[in-house]
Ligand binder design. Structure first.
Ligand code: NAD
Length: 350
């Protein structure tokens, strides 16, 4: 049985990744600091699995990381742990530097020391996979796509902190030979996403019949990838990616924010019509744009497709319908996030 240390595995993407890895029989040591974005409810279905160990701890805590490496002797580390919300990074960048930069550096140093102590066969097989974002490349004009060769040009404190962590990962490969892999993915959506992000926020507000706030003119474009496809890409990179390389991951699904919100409105109107037949599109309200808001992101994922045979399996239209249905079917999960009760679970976590 392979053993992976997964960091940030109580968050959105990390949670989806851990659920699937545990279902596939991987022993997962899940290290998560349970910030506001960490939610143990997400892991309820594997609470009794013997091969899932949840550890409440910080990737920046050297002793904790060292102890886990010694105790569990992992074959890989997959680093999802991060402060991830752009708006929060504008209000308070320091936490982003602490976790995304200093925390990742700590993880790299401990991983390097552990990896050096392994026997030759295990040293060859060990992997450190760092999960990152397409936002490190900055903003595109109306044409073109980000490739792995696109120069970094981060524009928000969030993307700057992720860019710094990507550079450290690269340096640890080049300087110490640590077998690293980096993935840069576009916007994810799907089950268990915290309702501060565009899609779950619009679903929650739309369901409640509240105004739907859209930044600026709503024409900022993102590429969207269903979270299950992102997790499959990470597994594939872990399995067959070339060490020291980076892989762009995307869904070939560019949509303007306003199109995404309209799609959600249509699905909610079909599934849960508002009284008096009010169309949810009429609730769309344009609000002041986010400072420094990148206009367009688009990913060229041809490298991972060509080298590793990965491709997205869920179209945006399928994925958005699956996501709306998941939120409608899991209102208890949403309610506990919205009323804050999901955080009470943390007390007493060792
Ligand atoms: P998230 O905010 O939902 O989850 C982050 C998790 O990390 C939470 O469980 C949180 O408690 C944990 N965490 C935060 N600080 C920590 C620390 N110091 N030590 C240990 N755990 C800590 O984030 P997400 O959307 O699931 O993103 C996961 C990763 O994927 C991030 O690295 C992010 O940059 C990257 N990413 C996200 C997207 C996206 O669309 N959401 C796209 C591309 C890449």
């Amino acid at each position: 049985m392979a053993t992976w240390i997964v960091t940030g595995g109580a968050g959105f993407i990390g949670g989806n990744f851990v659920l699937e890895a545990v279902r596939r029989g991987v022993r997962v040591v899940n290290l998560d600091a349970l910030t506001y974005a960490g939610n143990l409810d997400t892991l309820a279905s594997i609470a009794d699995a013997d091969h899932h160990v949840f550890v409440h701890g910080d990737i920046g805590d050297g002793e904790c990381v060292e102890r886990l490496l010694r105790e569990y002797q992992p074959d890989a580390i997959v680093n999802f742990a991060a402060e991830s919300h752009v708006d929060r990074s504008i209000d308070g960048p320091a936490a982003f530097v602490r976790t995304n930069v200093v925390g990742t550096l700590n993880l790299l140093e401990k991983a390097r020391d552990y990896w050096r102590g392994l026997d030759a066969a295990r040293r060859d097989a060990f992997r450190f996979l760092h999960v990152s974002t397409d936002e490190v490349y900055g903003s595109l004009g109306p044409t073109g796509k980000f490739t792995e060769q696109t120069p970094y040009a981060p524009n928000s404190p969030y993307s700057a902190s992720k860019a710094a962590s990507d550079h450290l990962v690269r340096a640890f490969h080049h300087t110490y030979g640590l077998p690293t892999l980096t993935t840069n993915c576009s916007n994810n959506y799907g089950p268990f996403q915290f309702p501060e992000k565009l899609i779950p926020l619009m679903i929650a507000k739309g369901l409640a019949g509240e105004p739907l706030p859209v930044y600026g003119d709503g024409l900022n474009v993102r590429d969207w990838l269903y979270v299950g496809d992102h997790c499959a890409a990470i597994r594939r990179v872990l399995e067959a990616g070339r060490v020291g390389e980076t892989y762009n991951i995307g869904g070939d699904a560019e949509r303007a924010n306003i199109e995404v919100v309209r799609a959600i409105c249509r699905l909610l109107d079909e599934r849960r019509p508002l009284p008096d037949g009010i169309a949810r599109e009429s609730l769309i309200t344009f609000v002041n744009d986010r400072p420094g808001h990148d206009r367009r992101y688009a990913i060229d994922a041809s490298k991972i497709k060509r080298e590793l045979g990965w491709q997205p399996t869920v179209t945006f239209e399928e994925g958005i319908a699956l996501t709306v249905d998941w939120y409608l079917d899991n209102q208890a999960w949403v309610r506990r996030v919205l009323d804050g009760s999901y955080r009470l679970e943390r007390i007493g976590q060792g």
